[in-house]
Design a protein around this ligand. Structure first.
Ligand code: 13P
Length: 253
């Protein structure tokens, strides 16, 4: 059985007090309302992580949105995977399209970050996704394959088995344009096929593949009902406790 996961990505939103307050609400609601064995995660800005990890306990897990590829040293302003782990985080987003686009993170760099995350016992939520141009010109399968090959397919089978993949079409992020459930399912099935070809059917079947991009309480149930969609990576809707928790609950509705 694959793990079902709903991870919120707060991006660069919420000051400290607002983040702690929203997270407390989410924890209480998830504790009272969760209707299955799905895992709820919040990936907050670094400044919240320490406090949220102490508040969340077993109910809502904590993730960072990035980490550096080195252990420590003269990298002013950066945060290592070990530091993230040391405050009680269990997850880290790697390769979000905003990191790729605005911070010029290459597949090669992201491969290094993934290794560091795994060395520090963090579960990478490794993001891949095509732009609108790449979707329209039909090159998206090739683009996704390259992101997988250069980003995570260098890992051993044992290490790859610890990775969660998130398919986030860039054209659907923050645009209100959601991939249809059929478009998302087509890509998720493709990703699983590529994992099977690289590793094994068994590993492919055990890998959780999340969808991200304008996922909301209205469309989550249909997306999560698709055979190869194992949950979501949620941006805007994770900033509202009711919306996020309704998405967490969308598996069984
Ligand atoms: P939105 O849900 O706001 O489209 O963002 C998706 C995303 O980028 C999650 O990482």
């Amino acid at each position: 059985m694959r793990k079902k996961i709903v991870a919120g990505n707060w991006k660069m939103n919420l000051d400290y007090a607002s983040g702690v307050s929203l997270f407390s609400e989410i924890v209480n609601m998830v504790r009272d309302e969760k209707n299955g064995d799905q895992i709820a995660i919040i990936c907050s800005p670094y400044i919240h992580l320490n406090s949220l990890a102490k508040l969340g306990g077993e109910v809502v897990k904590i993730g960072a949105q990035n980490c550096h590829q080195n252990d420590n040293g003269a990298f002013t302003g950066e945060i290592s995977a070990g530091m993230v782990k040391s405050v009680g985080c269990e997850y880290v987003i790697i390769g979000h399209s905003e990191r790729r686009q605005y911070f010029a993170e290459s597949n090669e760099l992201l491969a290094q970050k993934t290794v560091k995350a795994l060395e520090n016992d963090l579960t990478p939520l490794f993001c891949i996704g095509e732009t609108l141009d790449e979707r329209n010109n039909g090159s998206y399968f090739e683009v996704l394959k390259t992101q997988l090959e250069q980003g995570v397919f260098g890992l051993s089978a044992a290490d790859f088995s610890k990775v969660v993949i998130a398919y986030e079409p860039v054209w659907a992020i923050g645009t209100g344009l959601t991939a249809t459930s059929a478009q998302a399912q087509e890509v998720h099935a493709y990703i699983r096929k590529e994992i099977a070809a690289k590793y094994s059917n068994e590993i492919a079947e055990a890998t959780s593949i999340l969808y991200g991009g304008s996922c909301n309480p209205k469309n989550a149930a249909e997306l999560f009902a698709q055979q190869d969609i194992d949950g979501g990576l949620i941006g805007g809707a994770s900033l509202k406790s009711r919306d996020f928790v309704d998405i967490v609950k969308a598996f069984n509705s």
